[in-house]
Design a protein around this ligand. Structure first.
Ligand code: NAD
Length: 283
């Protein structure tokens, strides 16, 4: 398991708790996990294993690791990349690995750090069905659901489409609260109506951006993430880059990306939960 950060560490631990022998590597050598056999370098990890999970910050880093250590992968081993990265890099990696007889699945996740800890992630998986079925049991140790989405890159496609909807609905929910405030409408009354009417969404019903309204969410904990605004911006950028490459028409996704960029880079939103964008509209 390469990349033992906020997500990777609990995922690797759940794999180990499931009875698998797990070797771990992270460039931050201070990271130690009790049930994971820590290795000091990637080649020594690769030669021990037949499946390699990566949970890394960017496509560039995943690509660097594959390019640098391609000769160290065991023959017929499988790379399962759970990072959220761009579709093109995923497809390029598949081709590089395929030439060396190494299999690959893209398997980004939804569910956040809480889902990683509790083993309730949803995996969105792209690649061969045969490889997916072979490793389904590993997804089961870390999550509740693994949805097979289609050929290589389909998992990443599903992830960025989902998060483009999430970013846009969060903003729509926040600006509705701002309008409700101006109209003198009580926020709890607004929640009661919208959460049971046609304006409902996950952003309103499960993750309400207004504190003290609806079920417990990061808004009730000073907007400590949760899912950070920085990661939302990352995913919205991936979605817009994919839209440009495929000439898809996504004006709402584009505006959501610009609003999160402004929030993160100019309005102190970095490090806060993505629901904190409510502050922009309150201001
Ligand atoms: P993180 O920054 O907490 O963890 C990344 C880890 O990778 C760090 O421990 C870092 O030291 C390590 N790393 C960086 N470069 C490395 C290298 N070259 N070799 C080995 N290790 C290296 O990030 P995270 O929150 O765990 O997110 C990981 C991935 O999961 C990202 O792609 C993110 O978009 C995605 N994701 C995150 C969440 C979330 O809520 N945090 C939810 C869904 C998806």
């Amino acid at each position: 398991f390469i990349g033992l950060g906020n997500m990777g560490a609990p995922m690797a631990l759940n794999l180990a708790k499931g009875g698998n022998e797990v070797y771990g590597f992270d460039s931050d050598s201070s990271i130690k996990l009790p049930e994971v056999i820590m290795t000091s370098c990637i080649p020594s990890l690769l030669k021990e294993v037949d499946v390699v999970f990566t949970m890394l910050p960017s496509g560039l880093i995943v690509k660097d690791i594959v390019n640098q250590f391609i000769g160290d992968f065991s023959a017929k081993s499988t790379l399962i990349d759970c990072s959220t990265i761009d579709v093109k890099t995923t497809k390029d990696l598949y081709k590089i690995l395929h030439k060396r007889d190494i299999y690959m699945l893209d398997a980004p996740v939804s569910g956040g750090v809480q889902g990683a800890k509790s083993g309730s992630l949803t995996f969105m998986v792209g690649g061969s069905t045969r490889v997916f079925e072979k490793f389904q049991f590993l997804f089961d140790h870390m999550g509740n659901r693994a949805v097979y989405c289609g050929e290589t890159g389909s998992g990443q496609s599903a992830k960025i489409c989902n998060n483009m909807i999430l970013g846009a609905t969060m903003i729509a929910t926040c600006e509705s609260f701002a309008l409700a405030d101006k109209l003198g409408l009580d926020r709890k009354a607004m929640f009661e109506v919208v959460s049971t009417s046609s304006g409902y969404s996950w952003s309103m019903n499960a993750y309400c951006p207004a504190p003290g309204v609806g079920p417990k969410a990061p808004s009730d904990n000073n907007y400590i993430p949760g899912f950070s605004s920085d990661l939302m911006l990352k995913d919205l950028k991936l979605a817009q880059n994919a839209a440009i490459e495929t000439q898809a028409n996504t004006p709402m996704g584009d505006l959501a990306m610009k609003l999160y960029k402004d929030f993160v880079e100019a309005k102190n939103g970095s490090g806060l939960d993505f629901s904190a964008i409510l502050k922009t509209f309150e201001a």
